[in-house]
Write a protein of this length. Structure first.
Length: 152
């Protein structure tokens, strides 16, 4: 007899699905969900029909801002966002890394004018793996440095 453990559905909130395996905890830290008062469910290395495995994060009673979605796109660009209302998926969309990232990261160049001005802007040079170029000083930032510069 086959037994299966199922994760309970959420009534309202957001499900981040198809996260690259091993990235769910980075998403949790990025969204500062460690101290979130409502339910947060993290599933890692779940079988996937699209890929071999995936991670999933379910957040009860919360919808993500556009900046939060853009931040997730930097570390898990292949993910999807599902908005849940009354246990039903009312919106499903694939995360897309925008061509320009504003105000999310600080430039790694200590002499960049964006650090003095307090406003950053990066052009997406490459999407897989993510490489960004500072609009002001043109310094390139790769995935490892991006992760350090995010709030995780």
């Amino acid at each position: 007899m086959k037994k299966e453990l199922k994760v309970s559905a959420i009534k309202n909130g957001t499900v981040i699905d198809h996260i690259r395996p091993g990235k769910a905890l980075e998403v949790v830290r990025l969204l500062n969900l460690e101290n979130y008062e409502d339910s947060v469910t993290v599933a890692m290395s779940v079988r996937s029909s699209l890929h071999k495995t995936k991670d999933i994060v379910k957040i009860e009673n919360r919808e993500l801002s556009e900046d939060e979605v853009n931040e997730i796109a930097l570390i898990a660009p292949e993910s999807t966002i599902n908005i849940i209302k009354d246990y039903e998926v009312v919106e499903k969309r694939k995360i897309e890394l925008p061509d320009v990232i504003k105000g999310i990261l600080t430039c790694m160049n200590p002499n960049c004018i964006s650090r003095k001005e307090g406003s950053s802007k990066f052009i997406v040079e490459k999407r897989e793996p993510v490489v960004l170029r500072c609009y002001y000083c043109e310094r390139l930032m790769e995935e490892g440095e991006i992760l350090k510069r995010l709030r995780i």
